[in-house]
Design a protein around this ligand. Structure first.
Ligand SMILES: C[S@@+](CC[C@H](N)C(=O)[O-])C[C@H]1O[C@@H](n2cnc3c(N)ncnc32)[C@H](O)[C@@H]1O
Length: 259
């Protein structure tokens, strides 16, 4: 049995590790969450106490990734905050293939929701889907989802873009290959990695809510550098660029266009 009791110093040390790696602020309100998730990792790895666990993540890159993963919220679903996509479908008249970046894409529901709607409109496009979490990226690459997770997807789109699982895969759907090939999953830490290309549209939704203002500023500055003039940036509906320095104009709630 692991002794999962954690001292205030250990809590502070672990919160600092999380902040430095992912930008996520774990304040006192998140205490129970961190303790519960840490306990789960310790039981899984059979590490006897918190002090040994802290030593382990300092030397074991894989467990370090698992720990960061365990402290982040990966919740997402198909067609979440779809007003942004609807705005683009109404507004865009693309003359060349669109380059789209779903930054913090979690398990892939966001980029695949964009992909099926853009395919339906006959847009030419490619999507980079990135996240800091290896396990979420792997789920996105597999592109297999329980049927109850696709309830928001309109029926005709479900039929056209999703394969129904059979036998042992009953109760699951998988994105069809021609949808999967539009989306490339790659690891990218919003805090420390430089974008390698320029994009026409960037979605960075429901992640900055966990960051403090200096981290949000840093991330927004980096994202906007990677956005072509005239390109669009979307953040989560409960997020905004309020109070940050930027060179974009609001076009819809939580949606901005670069000058
Ligand atoms: C709540 S999900 C949002 C998924 C999707 N964008 C949406 O709106 O439904 C937040 C994601 O941000 C990722 N994340 C947290 N910190 C990150 C960082 N520093 N760099 C990249 N991704 C990060 C988490 O791994 C998680 O998958």
């Amino acid at each position: 049995m692991s002794d999962t009791r954690i001292s205030p110093e250990q809590y502070q040390k672990l919160s600092q590790i999380v902040y430095k790696e992912s930008g996520i602020v774990l304040n006192e309100k998140k205490y129970n969450l961190l303790v519960a998730r840490l306990a789960k990792r310790m039981r899984k790895t059979r590490i006897p106490n918190v002090s040994a666990y802290i030593k382990r993540i300092a030397s074991d890159e894989k467990e370090f990734g698992e720990f960061i993963d365990a402290t982040t919220t990966n919740h997402t679903y198909f067609f979440r905050e779809n007003k942004h996509c609807e705005f683009l479908l109404r507004t865009l008249k693309p003359e060349k293939p669109l380059k789209i970046w779903s930054a913090a894409s979690s398990s892939g529901e966001e980029p695949f929701s964009i992909a099926v709607q853009f395919l339906d409109q006959n847009f030419e496009f490619s999507i980079l889907a990135s996240d800091v979490s290896d396990s979420m990226l792997n789920l996105g690459r597999q592109a297999v989802y329980p049927v109850e997770r696709v309830k928001e997807v309109p029926k005709p789109m479900l039929h056209t873009y999703f394969q129904k699982g059979k036998n042992s895969r009953a109760g699951y759907v998988r994105m069809k290959p021609f949808v999967r090939e539009r989306v490339t999953f790659a690891k990218h830490n919003l805090l420390s990695d430089e974008p390698k290309e320029m994009y026409d549209i960037i979605f960075c939704r429901n992640v900055m809510i966990y960051f403090d203002a200096p981290t949000r500023q840093k991330v927004v500055t980096t994202l906007l550098r990677a956005l072509h003039p005239g390109g669009y940036l979307f953040v989560g509906l409960s997020e905004s660029l309020h109070g940050l320095d930027h060179n974009v104009t609001p076009v819809v709630p939580s949606g901005y266009r670069k000058k």
